[in-house]
Design a protein around this ligand. Structure first.
Ligand SMILES: Nc1ncnc2c1ncn2[C@@H]1O[C@H](COP(=O)(O)OP(=O)(O)O)[C@@H](O)[C@H]1O
Ligand SMILES: [Mg+2]
Length: 240
């Protein structure tokens, strides 16, 4: 069974037509990278999958269930975790309080296990969200999503603004999630790092899928990786 199956998704913001018929899949246990330059529609895709934006056409199936018209809390309740862009942790709550999430699902992930995974967070458990570094905030946002004991996880640019060493830590955690059987859809600007850990990759441009294939194949195509990492649409289109 697919963890996620998306067909013909069209999403608008007001009159702006943003997604133009997206098709994508995440198989159970797979780590899939969703790449593309700024403004390509990656965040809009995740928001549509989470029920935060309504598609005008197309459908979303999660573990076989048609969730297209479901509200976000109901989708989360099925075990779908979402770590949004910019982290959205509570600045005035402590780390510990941030981990007291409204929606907990039973499973192996508990706050103490999150602290084991991220010892930095354990040291900072009584610090306020706003006192944390970018990397610690990302760990907290990921930890919070794990407490839902997700079967499927959407991550929106988890490495954004982080120092290279911290990026490595965050990516290690993402790989560890896959080994636990969590299916992951990872949106990343850090193309090289993402295709290194992913099973498959999709590239979006102007709200449409322009590439789909094994991540290893993508990683070997140095010119493509460079064009996308440079985030230049012209270079990318010249290659099609
Ligand atoms: N709330 C919004 N209202 C109108 N247009 C938006 C809104 N959010 C994003 N967009 C536009 O939708 C397009 C896709 O944006 P987004 O999904 O954020 O791209 P990405 O995450 O790939 O950078 C961009 O052209 C952006 O300007
Ligand atoms: Mg985005």
């Amino acid at each position: 069974m697919n963890a996620l199956e998306v067909r013909g998704l069209h999403t608008f913001y007001g009159k702006s037509h943003i997604l133009h018929g997206i098709d994508l899949e995440v198989r159970e246990g797979e780590l899939v990278a969703l790449l593309g330059r700024n403004g390509a529609g990656k965040t809009t895709t995740l928001r549509t999958l989470m029920g935060l934006a309504r598609p005008r056409q197309g459908y979303v199936r999660i573990f076989g269930e048609n969730t297209t018209d479901w509200p976000p809390f109901r989708i989360a309740g099925r075990g779908v975790g979402y770590v949004p862009e910019g982290r959205r942790i509570f600045a005035n709550l402590t780390v510990d309080e941030n981990l007291k999430v409204p929606l907990e699902r039973p499973g192996p992930w508990t706050a103490s296990r999150v602290y084991e995974l991220f010892p930095r967070l354990a040291q900072r458990r009584d610090n306020k969200g706003r006192q944390l570094s970018g990397g610690e905030q990302e760990m907290l946002a990921i930890g919070r999503a794990l407490l839902l004991n997700p079967k499927l996880l959407f991550l929106d640019e988890p490495s954004q603004g982080l120092a290279p060493l911290i990026v490595q830590d965050v990516f290690k955690v993402i790989v560890a999630m896959r080994s636990e059987g969590i299916s992951v859809l990872l949106v990343e600007q850090n193309v090289r790092a993402a295709v290194e850990i992913a099973d498959r990759a999709y590239v979006l441009d102007n709200g449409a899928v322009v590439y789909e294939g094994p991540a290893a194949e993508f990683a070997r195509d140095e010119e493509r990786v460079r064009a996308l990492a440079g985030a230049s649409a012209e270079k990318w289109e010249a290659m099609e």
